[in-house]
Design a protein around this ligand. Structure first.
Ligand SMILES: Cc1ncc(COP(=O)(O)O)c(C=O)c1O
Length: 1008
């Protein structure tokens, strides 16, 4: 057994784990063995394994799978440091796909605020003003930089944002199916775009880069556009292209205006600071502006982190002339609102277009986004302020100018496009191959830049160099001396191209210059407005709000990991590749499946990867046209049908023939109606592409027919997708290979302890069966016998969903967590999560009916759904609250007890879905039972209290309907937005005598 009391490495940590309630508990489980025995006895079971007795043995692991060796806390610290140290951090002039700016000092501060990092998506605006304000600052500052009135709360990254923008253009320009994309966009983005577009009906055509100028030739663009004609929806173009050259954004925007199509501009937010480049709102000869903007914002907030998490910036116009386009876009927007007392506050707006409401009619399947990176980016922009942003931008520019002048003094080294203006990145033509020079540079401790010769393929050796504020004069000296050592010096005064005036910003951004202390104390206050699973049960069902160990963040924050650029040579990134390789191996063991892709950045993206793999498999068998039916149970998470549509399975009936999603109902036991499933399999048979099933399902019930269902689907030639968002119930117990799963995603931000970040970034690793290995997307990491990690692509790869390796920093977190569990810990973690849930359900069942109706006594796993009796509904209605609002209002009463609400009205409209996880002690679970019963008592005896809930949050009931009617997405920030404090601190409420809280609620209601 690992020793748990060794502490020699604790002093390296920026926190004291001994002072944290849950950090040093074994497997991060708070209930003791005695408490677990008591809970087992309360549900009349003896052992943790009895919790799985109702599941057929033929889908179980015979014993705990070997996931990894288990490390104690002290050894884990040393271990992650050792892995990070395997990376070689060199002086790096790589930018290209991902820029590399200094991390502002406010960022680590904000990243350590647990109220912000550990919270969920702000679905309860009264309890989430902290998160909402961080996102408001993000969207407002991005609006100030770009001039765009509406910036959403983020997409995954630039590549997927580009796809979302093009999808929007198809909705805005009717009867179109084609987009033109400049080839001068970063190739990784184009690959992701094409991977998404396959089998959706969207055609992507690229506009070649002019080899002489290194930018897009406008006449060629026009010619291609005219050839496509009325089917063209948009042209997407970069402001700074993949050679570092400045495109003529005015001509490109004018062309779109002339053709009456959408202009989609890719931009770098750092370069839009005062004295930087012209903002996209002013593109075009009439300053008409681009229609949509797409950018990467990772470098606003964090270091390269081997490529992720990124931050997809998306903006669209919303002004007097154009208020409608925004209705055709996906993702969350934060809007100004008022509470019931008229106080200004914030909430999410326009969510009715999202998958949790519109399902297969949703604009996109995006659910978790990159929320926390957006929050950190907003803080970093404020931290830099007006002057700091300009300073950072100009520093990169100055360095680039200096180096362009200096490096072209060597024989054979020239600017590749001498007449084309650039900003802080430029391309050199070399007299030798770039790879040859890079090898030499590596010995001189340099990561020289990127070999972009293939981007033109005109026989020239092209090296792209990038300069940022992260560089120093010494770095430039090192670069120059390397050139001095390798090339003959010449007296050659290269004439550097000037940037035309109309490419430059002429107005100030107008960001405030605030004191760092003021920003710190503001964000601290924001964190205090949220609640965190650190302190209390966060009963949000389906979201697995469990404890996020501090040590995961420590590991992910090691400079050895954070400072590695994803385009660094593999020899320099062995530590990162070890993490990715190990994660692949760990998830092979956890799922029982033979291969894993680490690319997907969220559960919903994992689903999309799964379905795209299914399509590739059928295409390979010559069946892509004929397999057009997907079977999905009614209770499926909204992302499942939305994903199916996004992948190209449009639900429609043509000439009496159904296409797309066929819905399967639940039976009386709350499981898939197997008779209906069998009937559907025999009806659609060879037309079935696959089935998508969440197991355990969203009612917390295990689908016992899964294996049999898989067999029938396979016999029909279809494939089986399992939504593995609920792995916290079954990890280490259930062998997905035995169940017949072909693809499954694991939400690392649920089971595997990645913080939710107020809505993301998540992570959605996908494991696959042997049928799909050859088609895997992105990069696979392999290991030689000598222990060297390499990267390869699957032979029939479907392409890429991320331009690099996915949300790498999250892999470090999950790796660290799984190392602290080993195989036994994985089993114990999931079984105690199920035990806690079954114990709570047992205690609450006497007072609350369960849903689905008639399933009160069906065995639940990690979560369960409660509702209220007809009598309670009647009392609530008599007390002045309509039945349709009753459950949402009861959710608000949880806030009054210092908790977050359960998941309300999903998947059952009258349901409260509760998931306790393994994080809490029996005492905490018992108190939760008492709180829920006290809520029922209040509702039964004084139902009118629901009219004024919640009472103790910083703002009262938020008027979301009004906020959706009167949309306002930004303010020009001169000072920090006003904040209100909690009426009673949630931590205090959660420690108060429960009857005192009820008393306070009644008092507050009477005073309201
Ligand atoms: C069952 C289920 N499937 C899929 C998802 C989507 O995952 P993500 O938000 O990571 O995209 C969720 C997220 O809440 C979920 O609960």
């Amino acid at each position: 057994m690992p020793e748990i009391n060794a502490e020699s490495n604790f002093k390296k940590l920026p926190y004291d784990p001994k002072r944290l309630q849950r950090e040093l508990t074994k497997y991060y489980i708070s209930s003791t063995k005695t408490e677990q025995a008591e809970m087992l006895s309360a549900i009349k079971l003896k052992n943790l394994s009895d919790l799985y007795a109702h599941i057929p043995d033929n889908v179980k692991f015979d014993k705990a799978p070997f996931v990894t060796e288990e490390l104690n806390y002290n050894d884990l610290i040393a271990h992650v440091e050792e892995v990070a140290a395997k990376n070689k951090i060199k002086t790096c002039f790589i930018g290209d796909g991902l820029k590399n700016y200094k991390v502002h000092e406010i960022v680590p501060y904000v990243c350590a605020l647990r109220g912000l990092t550990t919270a969920y998506t702000p679905y309860q605006p009264e309890r989430s003003q902290g998160t909402l304000n961080t996102l408001w600052i993000y969207s407002s500052t991005l609006s100030m930089l770009t001039g765009f009135e509406a910036i959403n709360a983020s997409f995954y990254d630039r590549s997927t944002t580009l796809f979302e923008a093009i999808q929007t253009s198809l909705r805005l320009v009717k009867n179109t199916n084609t987009a033109l994309v400049c080839e001068s966009i970063y190739p990784g983005d184009i690959e992701v775009l094409k991977t998404h577009a396959l089998e959706t009906g969207l055609k992507i055509i690229t506009i070649p880069t002019d080899p002489e100028t290194g930018i897009t030739n406008i006449e060629i663009a026009r010619k291609l556009a005219l050839e496509i004609g009325s089917k063209l929806s948009a042209i997407a173009f970069p402001q700074v292209n993949n050679f570092g050259n400045l495109e003529d954004v005015h001509q490109l925007t004018d062309l779109c205006t002339e053709l009456n199509i959408q202009s989609i501009a890719l931009f770098d937010p750092m370069l839009l600071a005062t004295e930087g480049l012209i903002p996209p709102v002013e593109f075009g000869s009439e300053k008409q502006g681009a229609n949509m903007i797409v950018g990467e914002g990772q470098h606003l907030a964090i270091a390269p982190n081997f490529g992720g998490p990124g931050l997809g910036i998306f903006g669209i116009r919303y002004n007097e002339k154009n208020k409608l386009d925004i209705r055709s876009t996906a993702g969350r927007f934060i809007g100004r609102a008022k509470d019931s007392e008229g106080k200004a506050c914030l909430c999410m707006v326009l969510s009715t277009r999202e998958q949790h409401i519109r399902r297969d009619k949703a604009m996109s399947n995006i659910c978790s986004n990159q929320s926390f990176i957006a929050s950190a980016a907003g803080a970093a922009i404020l931290g830099r302020g007006e002057d700091g942003m300009t300073e950072s931008t100009l520093l990169g520019r100055d360095y680039a100018m200096q180096m362009a002048q200096v490096l072209t003094q060597y024989k054979g080294v020239n600017l590749a496009f001498p007449a084309t203006p650039f900003y802080n990145e430029f391309t050199l033509e070399l007299p030798i191959t770039v790879s040859e020079l890079q090898k030499k540079a590596s010995l001189a401790n340099l990561q020289l830049g990127v070999d972009v010769s293939k981007r033109l393929n005109d026989g020239r050796n092209l090296l792209l160099l990038s300069f940022f504020d992260v560089h120093t004069d010494e770095d430039l000296e090192k670069l120059e001396s390397f050139f001095r050592d390798n090339f003959e010096a010449l007296e050659n005064d290269e004439f550097l191209p000037e940037i035309p005036e109309n490419f430059l910003r002429t107005t100030k951004v107008g960001l405030p210059n605030l004191e760092i202390e003021e920003i710190r104390s503001y964000y601290k206050k924001l964190a205090d407005l949220n609640v965190s699973p650190d302190d209390n049960i966060y009963p949000l069902g389906s979201c697995t709000m469990k404890y996020n160990p501090y040590i995961n963040d420590y590991a992910a924050g090691l400079k050895g990991f954070t400072d590695v650029h994803p385009q660094a040579p593999v020899e320099d990134a062995q530590g990162c590749l070890k993490i990715l390789y190990s994660i692949q191996e760990m998830f092979k063991s956890i799922t029982g499946l033979p291969a894993v892709t680490t690319q997907p950045v969220a559960g919903a993206q994992g689903e999309l990867v799964g379905l795209k793999l299914f399509q590739a498999y059928h295409r390979n068998n010559g069946e892509s046209e004929t397999r057009n039916i997907l079977l999905i149970p009614r209770s499926a998470h909204g992302t499942n049908p939305a994903t199916a549509t996004m992948a190209g399975f449009e639900t429609k009936t043509v000439d009496g023939i159904e296409y797309g999603i066929v819905t399967i109902e639940a039976d009386k036991k709350g499981q898939i109606d197997f008779e209906q499933m069998k009937a559907a399999i025999s009806k659609y048979n060879k037309r079935i592409a696959g089935v998508m099933v969440t197991n355990p399902n969203t009612s917390g019930i295990f689908e016992n027919c899964f294996k049999e269902m898989s067999k029938l689907i396979h016999e029909a030639g279809g494939l089986v997708y399992m939504d593995g968002a609920n792995m916290n119930a079954i990890a280490g117990w259930i062998d997905l290979d035995k169940m017949g799963v072909d693809a499954v995603h694991n939400n690392l931000h649920k089971t595997w302890t990645i913080p939710h970040g107020g809505g993301g970034p998540g992570d959605g690793i996908v494991a696959v069966s042997k049928l799909l290995i050859d088609f895997l997307p992105g990069i696979q990491v392999t290991k030689t016998n000598e222990g060297f990690y390499n990267i390869i692509r699957a032979p029939k790869t479907i392409g890429s969903f991320h331009r690099h390796f996915g949300n790498f920093a999250h892999k470090v977190r999950a790796y660290t967590y799984i190392k602290s569990l080993g195989g036994n810990g994985v089993r114990e973690m999931s079984s105690v999560a199920v035990l806690s849930s079954r114990y709570l359900h047992e205690k609450l069942k006497p007072s609350f009916p369960s849903l689905p109706e008639g399933c009160d006594n069906e065995i639940r796993m990690h979560e369960f759904i409660l509702t209220i009796t007809k009598d309670t509904f009647a009392r609530i209605e008599a007390g002045g609250t309509p039945k349709a609002q009753a459950i949402a209002k009861i959710g608000k009463l949880f806030l009054d007890f210092g908790l977050h609400a359960p998941t309300v009205a999903f998947p059952e409209i009258y349901g409260l879905m509760i998931e306790p996880t393994e994080t809490y002690s029996k005492g905490e679970l018992d108190r939760f039972v008492d709180v829920v019963n006290a809520i029922l008592e209040l509702v039964n005896e004084t139902p009118h209290v629901l009219r004024t809930v919640p009472h103790f949050t910083p703002v009262k009931k938020v008027d979301e309907v009004d906020a959706n009617k009167n949309l306002l997405f930004m303010e020009s920030l001169k000072i920090l937005p006003t904040l209100y404090t909690n009426v009673i601190d949630p931590l205090k409420l959660s420690r108060m005598n429960i009857s005192d809280v009820s008393h306070e609620i009644l008092r507050a209601h009477n005073e309201a």
